[in-house]
Design a protein around this ligand. Structure first.
Ligand SMILES: Cc1cc2nc3c(=O)[nH]c(=O)nc-3n(C[C@H](O)[C@H](O)[C@H](O)COP(=O)(O)O)c2cc1C
Length: 179
């Protein structure tokens, strides 16, 4: 059975992303078609990237936090990035986490759940460009959660009725690509 990580990229205090990732994980685990786990970037407490380019490191890192992050990502067959949008782009801490690695992601399956005021469409487009470098199998279906449709009082996630169906299509595609 494929192992799929739901990667929560926000590390902010009070992050909405925790609710988004919990919803994705809950929906995913009802399917029984893959082994789904939560990968919380915040829990790795990663330093800023200051070392040699990851492609030269053979998945071996001096910092034990980076090694644990590498081992976690390496053990998975596919990913759903749960990404907010900050200033019309990918969040810096999430990008920094991804920049620590490279071969761990090569050729794996990936899909995106974006959430922000207007759905993180720009951030997801940027992620697509970033992961293209690694020959990842990027699936077409996406989920974009917006404040207007899916978030009450800018703080409580209440996904609109059509979102579970959109997520199901995304997960179908990620599981197939991870096959
Ligand atoms: C630094 C920063 C920049 C933001 N920029 C955008 C933006 O460009 N577009 C948008 O739709 N929302 C933007 N927002 C709103 C976020 O999408 C919203 O706060 C969301 O809850 C962030 O996810 P998080 O709470 O999981 O960190 C921004 C929020 C922050 C903190």
């Amino acid at each position: 059975m494929a192992k799929i990580g739901i990667v929560l990229g926000s590390i902010r205090e009070g992050r909405l992303g925790e609710q988004v990732a919990a919803w994705v994980l809950e929906q995913a685990r009802q399917r029984g078609d893959a082994e789904y786990s939560l990968v919380d970037v915040k829990s790795f407490d990663l330093p800023l990237v200051t070392g040699a380019p990851p492609a030269t490191r053979n998945k071996q890192y001096d910092d034990e936090r980076v090694q644990r992050w590498s081992d976690t990502i390496d053990a998975l067959d596919g990913y759903v990035f749960v990404t907010p949008e900050y200033n019309h782009g990918v969040p810096g801490a999430f990008k920094n986490a991804v920049d620590h690695l490279a071969p761990e992601f090569f050729g794996k399956a990936i899909g995106f759940v974006g959430y922000s005021g207007d759905g993180a469409i720009r951030a997801v487009e940027q992620w697509r460009t970033i992961v293209a470098l690694w020959g990842m199998r990027v699936v077409a279906p996406e989920v974009h959660l917006t404040f207007a449709a899916d978030v009450r009082n800018r703080s409580e996630l209440v996904p609109a009725d059509n979102r579970a169906g959109q997520l199901a299509k995304l997960l179908d595609a990620v599981v197939e690509a991870a096959g």
